[in-house]
Design a protein around this ligand. Structure first.
Ligand code: G3H
Ligand code: 13P
Ligand code: ZN
Ligand code: NA
Length: 308
């Protein structure tokens, strides 16, 4: 069934693991992820961004996710990723999503609280849960100094106040991750001291880690070997994700790793099979690659295998 993340997060918090939240944009991505969850017996969050809604159209994504639920019977959360205003959150709630993110992290503290509070009121009246965000995720591509970057990290006292005043069900925090394939220039660094302090301020409260792809070198290498050009890509080391999952982090967001696995697979397929032009061939292999990497994440990184 389509479920909220309430029970999932409670169990994940107590069990010291995290649920994977994977971005979906088309049928092959959804099927790859869902097959992985079925085989791993893992609870699952499928998340849809504004860009995904624009690309695939809301009704197609909704029906594909419903098909996945009916086909597998596994508990799935259908979540809006990075809702930027009340209207998109409302549209998704009205459309049957069980979870939405209102991302007011770009706004001043009080405005973020007011916007988030408004979404929480609308969502909770309809049995939908809400993720908020406090702190900003800056990447190396933003070219900010390390000290300036840390100034954008989530403040533990503000996190407590934000949760109390908004009534959110989970909170995305900024501790050094960023979106995309270029997360660090030198050594990877996450502020675990800060994460610990946030957890102490909010004991038992589920935290969310965005920008949590590990940008596996093997897939970057395949992309580059078969005509791609993505030099210097670097993600969050898997050990750091394991550590975060063992702390208050209950939801770990992964998109870039799926994109890389899919693209690497298709690039290699085209190079090795220049006469083939049936999309089912390369999209089929891409779907297998998605399934493989998601199984790996669930089993070896997030720790959510066997937790249904
Ligand atoms: O946080 C961003 C996610 O990776 C979704 O990306 O907005 O390009 O769909 P998108
Ligand atoms: P990545 O770009 O690291 O996969 O992060 C995805 C994300 O946070 C989606 O909200
Ligand atoms: Zn994100
Ligand atoms: Na956890």
């Amino acid at each position: 069934p389509l479920v909220t993340s309430r029970e999932m997060f409670k169990k994940a918090y107590e069990g010291g693991y995290a649920i994977g939240a994977f971005n979906v944009n088309n049928m092959e991505i959804i099927q790859g992820i869902v097959e992985a969850a079925r085989e791993e017996k893992a609870p699952l969050i499928l998340q849809v961004s504004a860009g995904a809604r624009k690309y695939a159209r809301p009704i197609y994504l909704k029906k594909l996710v419903e098909a996945a639920v009916e086909d597998t019977g596994i508990p799935i959360v259908l979540h809006l990723d990075h809702g930027e205003d009340f209207e998109i959150c409302k549209a998704c709630i009205d459309d049957g999503f069980t979870s939405v993110m209102i991302d007011g992290s770009r706004l001043p503290f009080e405005e973020n609280i007011a916007l988030t509070r408004r979404v929480v009121e609308y969502a909770h009246e309809r049995g939908v849960v809400v993720e908020g965000e406090l702190g900003r995720l800056a990447g190396v591509e933003d070219n900010v100094k390390v000290s300036d970057r840390e100034a954008t990290f989530t403040d533990p006292d503000q996190a407590l106040e934000f949760v109390e005043r908004t009534g959110v069900d989970s909170l995305a925090v900024a501790i050094g991750t960023s979106h995309g394939a270029y997360k660090f220039k030198g050594e990877a660094y996450l502020d675990f001291e800060r994460l610990k302090k946030i957890t102490e301020k909010l004991p038992g409260f589920p935290l969310v880690l965005h920008g949590a792809s590990s940008v596996l070198p093997e897939y970057v290498e395949i992309c580059n070997r078969y005509g791609g050009n993505i030099p210097g890509a670097q993600g969050v080391p898997e050990d750091m994700l394991r550590k975060a999952a063992s702390m208050g982090v209950c939801k770990i967001n992964i998109d870039t790793d799926l994109r890389l696995a899919m693209t690497a697979t298709i690039r290699r397929y085209f190079s090795e099979n220049p006469s083939e032009f049936d999309p089912r061939k390369y999209l089929g292999e891409a779907r297998e690659a998605i399934k493989k990497i998601v199984r790996h994440k669930m089993r070896n990184v997030l720790g959510c295998s066997g937790k249904i």
